[in-house]
Unconditional design. Structure first.
Length: 249
């Protein structure tokens, strides 16, 4: 079998996977999948590697990613499916991925039902009593210098059933070399609430919890953040990916 023949095998499998992945997305400016294998390996259920590169992907959770680069090592596939031009994993596979999100992308995600569900029930202690924050309007700003600025309008529910509106602005410094998040400033509005410290601690704990969740999920691929690079207007996530399936039509 010639080199050109091998490339035709790879191209056929790659194109089938691209079509399948496209069906799992609401939008995609560009999507490329490169499958490294040959027909003999494919019929035995072996693939050397898979690389996925995309731009402007809008996922089913209404989360948009400006850029994505995902790479796997050798994997086992269903050989019968491979014969029909589809890639079906016999078992989940781990991979590495780089994702770039713009400020607009992140704000769209923050106000999606999926992310809002992760931000519910933010509990903290005020003078020995439990209070719960309900997010309403969330906005993020990336001014550069490794800083993330959150603006939020929320409802504060206390134990006796009283509710009041609380707004806050939080500036978080991302220490890339240490992979840590530090609260640089936190201010409540209106001022004089007497809960800034407690709320700041609870908010930072929630952000750290979200960072460690596999929160970007296509139903077939989940990502866990390992490192964050914050620049003006954009945020790059270096992640570990757990691929449950390469989508197929």
């Amino acid at each position: 079998m010639t080199h050109d023949d091998l490339r035709l095998d790879e191209q056929a499998l790659s194109k089938a996977a691209e079509i399948g992945l496209s069906t799992q997305l609401n939008e995609a400016d560009k999507i490329d999948i490169d499958v490294k294998t040959d027909l003999f390996k494919a019929v035995q259920g072996q693939v050397d590697s898979i690389a996925i590169a995309g731009q402007g992907l809008v996922m089913q959770k209404d989360i948009r990613v400006q850029e994505i680069d995902l790479h796997t090592d050798s994997i086992d596939i269903n050989p019968l499916s491979a014969l029909f031009g589809q890639i079906e994993l016999n078992q989940p596979v781990d991979a590495t991925a780089r994702l770039v999100l713009t400020e607009q992308d992140i704000n769209r995600a923050l106000n999606s039902d999926y992310i809002r569900s992760k931000l519910q029930n933010l509990e903290f202690n005020v003078e020995g009593k439990t209070a719960v924050i309900e997010p309403r309007d969330l906005e993020l700003h990336l001014p550069g210098r490794s800083k993330i600025v959150f603006h939020a309008k929320t409802l504060l529910h206390d134990e006796i059933g009283k509710t009041k509106s609380i707004g806050f602005t939080a500036t978080i410094l991302v220490k890339t070399s240490e992979q840590s998040l530090l609260m640089e400033s936190f201010n409540c509005t209106p001022p004089g609430q007497g809960i800034s410290l407690e709320l700041a601690i609870a908010f930072l704990q929630k952000i750290k919890e979200l960072v460690n969740l596999p929160y970007l999920d296509l139903d077939t691929i989940a990502f866990r953040v390992k490192d964050v690079d914050v620049k003006k207007g954009s945020l790059t996530l270096h992640t570990e990916a757990h691929v449950r399936q390469i989508p197929s039509t």
